[in-house]
Design a protein around this ligand. Structure first.
Ligand code: ADP
Ligand code: MG
Length: 474
């Protein structure tokens, strides 16, 4: 699955020229991030890291990933409405994982009170790698599905133009013309706009719940601008603003600064560090409200790694999506081996297997955002330590996906230009809107390709490991 630029990869003067142009093109196109030094101001900005060249992606797997996205939307939405499944699946996890337990408490509390919300908006991103089989054939395998704060739908729409120009510099004009356009932020905004419309108050706003420090603001602005273009007012607030100024009226309409909020779009709230006691209170207030939350707390729980692992059990998908055997088959085809570490014989056996062969597995806690998983010797060491304690149930085990590496240059501010052996991860954005029991929108909304050097086991652009890329279909 090599891309047709192996021939120019080592032509140093040409590559250097292309890299200089690429950085300027990225800045011009708006592939931007605030800097590490000044992460909370836009006075000084730099380009978001990206590959010099597009990476080859097998066309069939790309199409497969798109074809299964609406199924995943249905699945996530079904899980979010299935209290019995969420309770059973997360029972062992919430005994040992405080963060998931706290989310679960809010979930339960909101259900006990009765939902005020009737419009539901899901924005997710299902991530995959191309597992290289023994005969060399790549297969699409899901890494995870992100049901909260799935990012880079904005910046990724701007890399095809940059890569087109780079390819032209390298004498690959024909290939340049084959790079697909891609605009997830538009699809995301269409979903938000639909939820806003169904909420039914012209004067209500969309509220982005944003981080304390907002380095990736430009990615969010892409979605925001799409909404302003549709004459929908957007406000940006932190949890602490909500704590200080948010309130509910008798009908549990949400107000902040005197403005009614129709849609709450979280770009924050997915890791324990995002919360102090006041922020938890703010989260509860938002969840109790009538506003459409993207995601609501149930949908956030549907994206936990423990849920992902339970989905891989025979029969689970069939029960969650009755009468949808084609969807079930498409979804199942993307699953890698996933194993429960719950206490008992099944967990004992799989723990022993992973300790004996740690390079074949990934050990995952219930965390998001990159940099949390354990691999190789570290996996063995940790698993040996916790294998007889309940702590092990806060993790799941997954087969390690082994893609075929390819060469590329990873362009990062202040980093030397050098060729790296790389692997890529393809994400497909999904958007859906449900009103009561009726699905009124169910779409795939574009893609994100991220690429990293093989020496990094874990990923994530925000974590400083992966960089933005553009697929070149082969
Ligand atoms: P997070 O929620 O932190 O993003 P992920 O499950 O996406 O957690 O894992 C983070 C990164 O670790 C992925 O982007 C990928 O690079 C790597 N990774 C995760 N699972 C696997 C796996 N099964 N095989 C190989 N690499 C994996
Ligand atoms: Mg991930």
């Amino acid at each position: 699955m090599a891309a047709p630029w192996e021939d120019v990869l080592h032509e140093e003067p040409l590559v250097r020229e292309a890299a200089l142009l690429a950085v300027d093109a990225a800045l011009l196109a708006g592939v931007l991030m605030r800097t590490e030094k000044e992460p909370d101001a836009s006075e000084v900005v730099n380009y978001a890291p990206f590959t010099l060249l597009p990476s080859a992606v097998p066309n069939a797997l790309f199409e497969q990933a798109y074809a299964v996205q609406q199924d995943f939307n249905l699945l996530v939405d079904a899980i979010s409405q299935n209290r019995e499944f969420l309770e059973r699946t997360l029972a062992s996890t919430i005994k040992v994982d405080d963060f998931t337990a706290q989310l679960f408490r809010i979930y339960t509390q909101v259900l006990e009170e009765g939902l005020a919300q009737s419009v539901f908006l899901g924005i997710n991103r299902s991530d995959y790698m191309f597992d290289c089989g023994v005969d060399g054939t790549p297969a699409l395998k899901q890494i995870e599905i992100n049901t909260i704060a799935a990012s880079f739908g904005g910046l990724t729409s701007r890399t095809p133009a940059v890569h087109r120009q780079v390819l032209k510099v390298l004498g690959k004009a024909e290939e340049a013309s084959r790079l697909l356009p891609n605009n997830p932020s538009q699809g995301l905004a269409l979903g938000i706009a639909k939820a806003w419309e169904l909420y039914g108050s012209q004067s209500a706003v969309v509220m982005f719940v944003v981080e304390e420090v907002q380095r990736n603001i430009f990615d969010q602005r892409c979605v925001e601008n799409e909404l302003w273009n549709r004459n929908i007012r957007v406000i940006r607030k932190r949890f602490r603003d909500v704590f200080e100024k948010g309130s509910l009226d008798d009908a549990r309409r949400l107000y902040i600064d005197g403005q009614e909020v129709a849609v709450v779009y979280y770009r924050e709230g997915y890791v324990p560090q995002n919360y102090d006691p006041q922020n938890w209170e703010a989260r509860l207030l938002l969840e109790r409200s009538r506003a459409a939350k993207c995601p609501d707390i149930a949908t956030q729980l549907a994206g936990t790694k423990k849920v992902q692992q339970e989905l891989a059990r025979p029969g689970t998908l069939e029960r969650l999506l009755p009468g949808r055997s084609a969807s079930v088959a498409r979804i199942r085809a993307t699953f890698a081996g996933l194993y429960s570490l719950d206490l008992g014989e099944e967990g004992d056996n799989v723990a022993a297997k992973a300790i004996a062969d740690p390079d074949c597995f990934v050990l995952k806690p219930q965390r998001e955002g990159g940099g949390n998983n354990l691999y190789g010797e570290e996996l063995r060491r940790v698993l040996e330590k916790i294998k007889d304690s309940p702590e092990r149930t806060s993790y799941i085990l997954m087969d390690k996906i082994k893609p075929q590496p390819s060469k590329n240059y990873l362009l990062r501010p202040h980093s030397p230009l050098k060729v790296s052996e790389c692997i890529s991860e393809l994400g497909i954005f999904g958007v859906y809107v449900r009103q009561g029991k009726e699905m009124v929108m169910n779409e795939s909304a574009g893609h994100l390709l991220r690429t990293k050097a093989i020496e990094h086991a874990d990923g994530g652009v925000a974590a400083g490991v992966a960089v933005l890329d553009t697929p070149y279909l082969v």
